[in-house]
Design a protein around this ligand. Structure first.
Ligand code: 5GP
Length: 180
């Protein structure tokens, strides 16, 4: 699942996991610093640049992208393990990463979580209060580009209400399983 920063991916994912505890949520590695409430190994695995370089060179990442001056990526091994055990894996990644997953994993179901509007996205990013003005405006500029990319996703879910959006994502995952 991808979508602009601030669209509420994290909240939708948490609601979804409460309903579908069998889903495996991928924990990304990132070179960015933890935010105050974030825990290493839970929200992300926080690594130094050198460690990230090593993982890229060793082909340890299913996908990775440079995002606002840092790099984040999906460790491949846990995903392979989960999929081969017949479970589904949920990736919360950016649009560039979703493009790589599409190319590498043709059976992946790509879901774009969209804000009701760019204005609403700006309001949410501001209320989150984790970014200064400059970072905020970079995230909004990128969001405009990301919104255009939603055209090539398998599904677009508008996050106007967390419970409703989570229901829709759960239904999409359920239908995809039934097709296997
Ligand atoms: P944040 O820094 O706010 O946690 O995340 C910024 C963006 O990076 C979000 O759009 C988030 O989905 C994305 N992101 C987090 N982990 C990964 C990852 O492993 N790969 C990619 N491509 N994007 C990620």
């Amino acid at each position: 699942m991808a979508g602009p920063s601030g669209v509420g991916k994290g909240t939708v994912v948490r609601t979804l996991l409460a309903r579908r505890p069998d889903l495996y949520l991928s924990i990304s590695v990132t070179t960015r610093r933890p935010r105050p409430a974030e825990r290493d190994g839970v929200d992300y695995v926080f690594v130094a640049d050198e460690e990230f370089d090593r993982m890229v060179a060793a082909d340890d990442l299913l996908e990775w992208a440079e995002i606002f001056g840092h790099r984040s990526g999906t460790p491949a091994e846990p995903i392979e393990r989960v999929l081969s055990s017949g479970r589904d894996a949920l990736l919360e990644i950016d649009v560039q990463g979703a493009g790589i997953v599409r190319a590498k994993v043709p059976e992946a179901v790509l879901i774009f979580l969209a804000p009701p509007s760019i204005e609403e996205l700006e309001r949410r990013l501001r209320s989150r209060g984790t970014e200064d003005e400059e970072k905020l405006s970079r995230r909004l500029t990128k969001a405009g580009w990301e919104m255009e990319q939603r055209a090539w996703f398998d599904h677009v879910v508008v996050n106007d209400d967390v419970a409703r959006a989570s229901d829709q994502v759960a239904a999409i995952i359920g239908r995809s399983r039934a097709r296997d």
